[in-house]
Design a protein around this ligand. Structure first.
Ligand code: PDD
Length: 286
């Protein structure tokens, strides 16, 4: 079955050329995106992702291409046409097509692209889901709170991770503080046993999985602080894990080639994985 994409009002085969040469997404990375998990044929936490999308568009003054209702219809149709049960939905909006000039064009109409693809579903075996990570300098711009399609520093960081035999690059700012992963939120259980993640600022994306997990944490009695982590604290952490729409809770058991804590999945990652599973998948699964 060939995959089908929604591109600016039409459903087209994924492999077919469908974007104009002068699309500002293509020429300037002038656009935003979202990745929404799909479990059991349903979008997970769609309102949260769509709120963030609206915020990203607002920060860049790109008008919404469709009403919320029309967008929901398109997303459901893309899932249906691609028969995705578990996987992800990708949504991208560029400022539109116009003669190449840096300032905003006077009359461009935003271009929406929606695709969907199958993926692994909610991870049941957390030990098998664990990964290695490297540390890497954060070379991105100063507005990482916007989910912009300009991802070249993230691409380079993830490639560095891959070349080191790792999955994620944990990014460090100029002061040696962890910002986030190249495509995930970073969480640490520090040497004192406190679960920590960086507070929201312009240096990180406000993760939807982060927000969902924070809501779960409110019901747990885990010691937790929204406080940035230094590279020294990262190296002495008992546990490190990542969250994202595609990683859910993903333990990091090796950092820069050395074991994290005991070098295996820790109890806090396990507890949070169970809480997130209950929040996203529901009680009945498992
Ligand atoms: N990335 N930080 C960055 C830089 C990210 O790219 C992502 C997600 C996150 C986690 O956000 P969320 O929990 O909403 O997925 C944090 C997606 C999955 C991607 O680019 O593929």
């Amino acid at each position: 079955m060939s995959r089908i994409a929604y591109v600016d009002g039409r459903y087209v085969p994924l492999g077919e050329p469908a974007i104009a040469i002068q699309d500002r997404g293509y020429q300037f990375a002038d656009g935003v995106y979202e990745v929404i998990p799909v479990l059991g044929g349903r979008l997970v936490d769609a309102p949260r992702h769509l709120r963030r999308l609206e915020r990203s568009l607002g920060e860049l003054r790109i008008p919404a291409p469709l009403s919320g209702g029309a967008l929901s219809v398109v997303m459901a149709e893309v899932l249906r046409r691609n028969r995705v049960r578990d996987g992800l939905l990708y949504l991208q909006i560029s400022r539109g097509v116009a003669r190449r000039e840096h300032p905003f064009p006077a009359r461009a109409r935003p271009v929406l692209v929606v695709t969907a693809r199958p993926g692994p579903g909610f991870p049941e075996d957390l030990d098998a889901w664990a990964v290695a990570a490297i540390t890497h300098p954060d070379q991105r711009w100063a507005r990482c709170d916007i989910k912009s399609i300009a991802l070249l520093p993230n691409v380079l960081a993830r490639q560095a991770a891959r070349e080191a035999g790792a999955y994620e690059a944990i990014l460090l700012d100029g002061a040696g503080m962890v910002t986030e992963g190249a495509a995930s939120t970073v969480w640490v259980v520090d040497a004192a046993g406190v679960l920590r993640t960086r507070p929201l600022d312009w240096a990180i994306l406000p993760g939807c999985t982060r927000e969902a997990l924070l809501a779960c944490l409110a019901e747990s009695n885990l010691a937790f602080a929204e406080r940035a982590v230094s590279v020294e604290e990262l190296r002495t952490a008992r546990e490190i894990f990542l969250t994202s729409a595609t990683s859910y809770v993903r333990p990091v058991i090796r950092l820069d080639g050395a074991p994290v804590g005991e070098g295996k999945v820790g109890p806090v990652a396990r507890a949070l994985h169970a809480l997130l599973r209950r929040a996203l998948v529901g009680e009945e699964a498992g």
